[in-house]
Design a protein around this ligand. Structure first.
Ligand SMILES: Cc1ncc(COP(=O)(O)O)c(C=O)c1O
Length: 467
């Protein structure tokens, strides 16, 4: 049973203030457009947040919500963290912007050093940005320029996976493999190729692991050979694909992809915009899977939502091509005005320190295991096909008859309906028709995990009953 009383309990901290409700009125909302959302339907059920703390949000009417997807995989250390707030307040008094063409600034330097120290292997060189899309764009441009500066000027093609999402800007979108995000903007850029993803829950080759022999990764090598390795610059993948349905590749997949890239002098880019900063139970999924990419993209949890912050880290041999040891004019020919701005950087430093000091990676593993255990209690409903992901990136696969493998009809929108029920009960979830993600802040306690589970379970049961 949901402990509605607990949720409803006035905790005396809602503090939404008088008059904030007017910000949810149709008059006030008619001037704003939300991401990926039809505004007419949003106006019918508007949600305007006023305050957040820990794993909780409060909307302008004072209603409390458990943040079951960390905003959108961002609030890894939770909301209103005192250490980060103090760091940003302190930075406000010192310098808010430095001239990017002439100088950098103290927190940016500190952050680059800290990122280099927490990334695995020799991912020692860091460029700072504001958004995840900027990082995937930058990583792909870096790969092209790298090859040009190391004697392979014809390597320009980028291979990525169907069902992947690498961002909304045109290059990042060209690497993304979701029709519903990009068809309306096509044609996207040329030189971007797609391969089938390792979605074992619905293998694109109709095979089963392990007898499949990981055909999907071998197909990438075949693709490189057929295209001509001298024309392929990079492969970009999310170690665990979010839009692919929290798809965890089989253990052999990423090591073998690493070998393939090495064989053909193709750079391997990990898009860890979601999986970074403790989400999978290690600082990066590169560590969770034991595979070192050439370029690692990070965002979201890096700034924890306290400032727009993202970065790429790349390996020594890639960095060497841009350092200027042997030639002039080899600088990375790329930049964004707000990359490494002092306020966001100060927030990033404090976020990483918080993850390290509180060992939030361990808590992600612990609470992730606990939630997985509780999800097993829902087997009787026969709608959960599998539980995917790592740490506190949990994907719950859904089907009409899980045992028999019968999917929901496309128009059933089961996952979204469960999420809608959960939202009404005060739980925010990320949902697709046939899967739901549970990804609360990494600071979640077991009691809070129980509350999340109870609301999720109740919402699921109700939707099953509704038929
Ligand atoms: C895996 C991945 N890469 C890149 C991006 C783009 O990040 P942003 O929205 O910060 O530009 C996203 C956004 O959701 C993402 O999930």
């Amino acid at each position: 049973m949901i402990e509605e009383q607990k949720l409803a309990a006035a905790d005396g901290t809602a503090g939404t203030g008088e008059g904030l409700a007017r910000f949810a009125s149709p008059q006030m909302l008619r001037h704003i457009v939300l991401d990926l959302r039809q505004m007419k339907s949003f106006l019918q059920e508007p949600l305007v947040m006023a305050r957040a703390e820990g794993i909780w949000y409060w909307d302008v009417s004072g209603k409390r919500y458990l943040d079951g997807c960390s905003g959108i995989f961002v609030a890894n250390i939770g909301h209103a963290n005192p250490r980060v707030l103090a760091a940003v307040h302190d930075q406000l008094d010192r310098i808010c912007f430095a001239p990017p063409l002439h100088a950098t600034n103290v927190p940016a330097v500190e952050l680059a050093n800290l990122i280099a120290s927490v990334t695995p292997g020799d991912l020692n060189t860091v460029k700072l940005f504001s958004t995840g899309s900027e990082t995937t764009e930058a990583a792909m441009k870096l790969a092209r320029q790298y090859h040009r500066q190391t004697g392979n000027p014809h390597k320009f093609k980028i291979i990525s996976l169907y069902r992947a999402y690498h961002g909304g800007t045109m290059g990042a979108l060209s690497a993304s493999g979701l029709a519903r995000r990009k068809t309306v903007f096509e044609p996207t850029l040329s030189g971007f190729l797609k391969a089938m993803p390792p979605t074992c829950q619905a293998c694109p080759f109709g095979l089963h692991h392990p007898s499949c022999g990981i055909t999907c990764v071998d197909q990438i090598e075949r693709q490189i050979e057929l295209e001509g390795p001298e024309s392929v610059a990079a492969v970009i993948v999310e170690p665990i694909s979010n839009t692919g349905g929290i798809t965890t590749p089989p253990p052999e997949y990423l090591p073998r992809l690493r070998e393939i890239c090495d064989r053909h002098n193709v750079l391997l880019i990990f898009d860890e915009v979601i999986t970074g900063f403790g989400r999978t139970g290690q600082m990066f999924a590169a560590q969770t899977f034991g595979v070192l990419p050439d370029v690692l993209c990070m965002g979201k949890g890096l700034g924890g939502g306290y400032g727009p912050l993202a970065a790429i880290a790349f390996r020594d041999r890639v960095a060497a091509a841009f350092w200027g040891e042997d030639a002039e004019n080899v600088e990375f020919s790329h930049g964004n005005t707000f990359g490494g701005n002092p306020l966001s950087s100060a927030a990033g430093v404090a976020c990483i320190q918080e993850i390290l000091d509180r060992d939030l990676c361990a808590n992600a593993r612990r609470q992730g295991d606990y939630l997985r255990g509780r999800l097993a209690e829902l087997a009787d409903l026969n709608v959960i096909t599998d539980v995917r992901g790592k740490g506190l990136l949990i994907g719950v696969g859904l089907a009409q008859d899980a045992a028999a493998g019968v999917p929901f009809p496309a128009d059933r929108r089961f996952g979204q309906k469960v999420a809608k029920r959960a939202l009404a009960k005060g739980l925010i979830l990320r949902a697709d028709p046939d899967w739901i993600a549970l990804a609360p802040p990494l600071v979640i306690t077991q009691d809070e995990g129980d509350l999340l589970f109870d609301i999720f379970a109740d919402s699921l049961r109700e939707e099953v009953k509704a038929g």
